[in-house]
Write a protein that binds this ligand. Sequence first.
Ligand code: SF4
Length: 281
Amino acid sequence: MSREQTVQAEPLEAKSPFELRVNRGPVVPELTVKSALETGDVGFLHSFTTGSTVDGPGVRLVGWTAGCQWRCLYCHNPDTWNITNGTPVTLERAVEELGKYRHGLRAMSGGFTLSGGEPLIQGRFAVRLFAAARQMGIHTALDTNGYLGEALTDAELETIDLVLLDIKGWDRERHRRLTGRDVIQTLDFALRLAERKRPVWLRYVLVPGLTDDEEEIANVARFAASLGNVERVEVLPFHQMGRFKWDSLRLNYTLAGVEPPTGEAAERAVDLFRAEGLKAF
Ligand code: SF4
């Protein structure tokens, strides 16, 4: 199958990341996926949304990529785990789409954010799209777990105006139980971003019984404060909006009985970050 054949998917239209979306495009052969990942000529998008005010500064266009190597127990988008659940989109097409929004995004002091899934699974596509966005004068942000950050060159890091870095925990064992992966790569990426003075907004998902241990939060806060480039911390309260996706995909959801954190618990977590001198919300 040629590349052209693989990317004649449904038209690109804005969709909510909270919609369950699986098998959106034509069946893409493994070899084509491999070559897309190597070149970045084609990306796999779960959806994209316009008008977001919570994924970076100003009003944002957000591309939600498919593919993630982590398995966070609280993931609200498990339909993004598999890359081929995404719609294949050529880089040219994605750039063209971005171009349509450039004046509006600039006028609203916003920009373009790539989220997921984990966008760096499609690192080549991501950096080429960011470079194109920058050429159009669009502010760029990457929402990432940082695990694959080392694959980006220093020059590529410069095409990303802001990294929304998800730090999901501190204790290695706890992090592994929560995400299936080690936290070290994330922390190393955070250190590298600090060394290169790249702006970071840190995100921490607060889940009762899993990530609300005060010492755990204080450790993340101390680390974040030591970096010197964390402009803002966002404590994101756990919610159950993704539960139906786990059920629909017949995945074993273990947090069915977990309530969202109370307002006081969220405020306590925010205070732990503020106690280290960070701007936290
Ligand atoms: S890193 Fe994000 S997309 Fe991946 S499993 Fe965790 S929450 Fe889900």
